[in-house]
Design a protein around this ligand. Structure first.
Ligand SMILES: [Zn+2]
Length: 104
């Protein structure tokens, strides 16, 4: 889906960046959009409106597949991923410790 979206309106770009940051960092974006954008008239690849559109680059190439997922669900997923990663890191670090302890 993402690779067909190249030009979007501000509304869609900002929301996609916001949802992407909630999932990626568990927070609202620190930068809402790139400081300079070149707009032209056209059809937003996301909402389909004829309006001013610009490249998805201006919103840091966000995901456009998260719009219908509630913020709370994205934040919950983020914290679950962190918890899983923490557990996995602990296990793998123990294995590394054991592996290198035997060598020396
Ligand atoms: Zn749009």
């Amino acid at each position: 889906m993402n690779n067909q979206i190249n030009n979007v309106c501000d509304k869609c770009g900002l929301e996609a960046n916001r949802k992407t940051c909630l999932l990626k960092y568990g927070n609202e974006p620190m930068m809402k959009k790139f400081h300079t954008s070149t707009y032209h008239k056209g059809k937003c690849n996301c909402c389909g409106e004829e309006t001013s559109i610009t490249e998805t680059r201006d919103f840091f190439y966000p995901r456009f597949d998260l719009f219908n997922i509630p913020d709370e669900a994205l934040l919950q997923l983020r914290s679950d991923i962190d918890r899983m990663a923490y557990r996995e890191t602990k296990i793998r670090l123990e294995k590394l410790k054991n592996k290198y302890a035997k060598i020396s």
